[in-house]
Write a new protein. Structure first.
Length: 347
């Protein structure tokens, strides 16, 4: 990747230079440096290649193990939310299931893309486009679902007598369909922008770089649109959750409001804000990695990239099952029962 940035800088430098001789000198000097780097690469011994591969395998395993653990926990949580009628017929748990489902699919896709990047597995543009757009679709579901969950909690506290008539299973299903439709529309627009790229002029559809969502920004408009859409979604979501939190705090001071319920809802909305902030940070993951790609030591860059991948991109997707599985008194005993292999002690 650093070699690619170097070539771009050279082209820009040549275009900005008024003297042709200087430009030719720089190109010849760059060619010599490139030849020297290729010669140095060819002199790498088999032992060094083996050690490099071993390091990648070990480091990838250290990353994959906690992610696989959380995939297992998320899977158990999804099974738990479908195991009893009270979970299937309560709007709050239906929304939680939708949030966990999107986070679990995103976590699985992210793991697949990480393995492909770690072992330098290159795909074709169509395959990468499908994986990247599915990744983007599930990534957008989380903040929108958090907005609906916040509104549901707001209605439960501020309008307790009307909660049963407003927040029904049917209305919840409609809200989930709207969330998926809105996210799918965003992905469809991105696909349309992607198809405007002249792929027929490429010698081959085989990619020469790792597959990632940012790699699909082949047109400048794609990047502009993605930043505008992401900013709109998170500003709108942040304002909605914050207003819900303020409304719950105001309602908590009322004498007719259940203090314990209002306090629990307030804490839940705070957790929604934290999750929303982490989700926003995860959307900046690609930009952070691109800015760090100028680090000359490749091993250091790989380690930093993997660390950021875990704490910025993966961790926010693992919090929902822990937050709701441990805090909710109805879900916790059932979740512990299935996590502990149905031991009678946890029944």
């Amino acid at each position: 990747m650093s070699h690619c940035f170097s070539n771009r800088n050279q082209r820009k430098l040549c275009s900005d230079t008024s003297t042709g001789d200087k430009c030719i000198f720089r190109v010849k000097f760059s060619s010599k440096m490139s030849y020297a780097n290729q010669s140095q690469t060819l002199n790498i011994t088999t032992k060094q290649q083996y050690l490099g591969l071993l390091e990648r395998v070990v480091f990838s395993m250290l990353i994959e193990m906690p992610c696989c653990l959380f995939l297992f926990i998320n899977g158990i949580m999804l099974f738990t939310l479908r195991s009893k009628a009270v979970f299937r017929e309560t709007s709050r748990y239906i929304l939680l299931y939708n949030l966990l489902f999107a986070d679990t699919v995103l976590l699985a896709l992210s793991q697949l893309l990480y393995i492909m990047a770690a072992f330098r597995i290159f795909t074709t543009y169509p395959v990468c486009g499908v994986l990247a757009m599915l990744n983007k679709l599930t990534n957008e579901i989380s903040p929108l679902t958090l907005v609906v969950m916040s509104l549901e909690r707001y209605v439960a506290v501020c309008y307790p007598l009307r909660h049963a008539t407003i927040i029904t299973v049917r209305n919840t299903a409609v809200a989930i369909i709207v969330v998926w439709a809105f996210s799918s529309l965003n992905v469809l627009i991105q696909v349309i922008l992607l198809l405007k790229f002249p792929f027929e002029k490429l010698p081959s559809l085989q990619m020469t770089d790792i597959c990632a969502y940012v790699a699909m920004f082949l047109m400048p408009m794609s990047d502009i649109y993605d930043k505008a859409y992401t900013g709109f979604v998170f500003v709108s979501a942040g304002v909605t959750v914050t207003c819900s939190y303020i409304g719950v705090m105001v309602a908590a001071r009322s004498a007719s409001t259940d203090k314990a319920s209002a306090r629990k809802t307030r804490n839940t909305l705070l957790l929604h804000l934290v999750q929303l902030g982490l989700s926003l940070l995860s959307t900046m993951h690609s930009s952070i990695i691109v800015s760090l790609s100028t680090i000359p030591q490749r091993i250091l860059f790989v380690h930093i990239r993997s660390t950021f991948y875990v704490f910025i991109y993966i961790l926010p997707r693992c919090l929902s099952s822990l937050i709701y599985g441990l805090r909710d008194q109805t879900v916790r005993p059932v979740l512990m029962y299935y996590l502990c292999c149905r031991l009678p002690k946890f029944q």
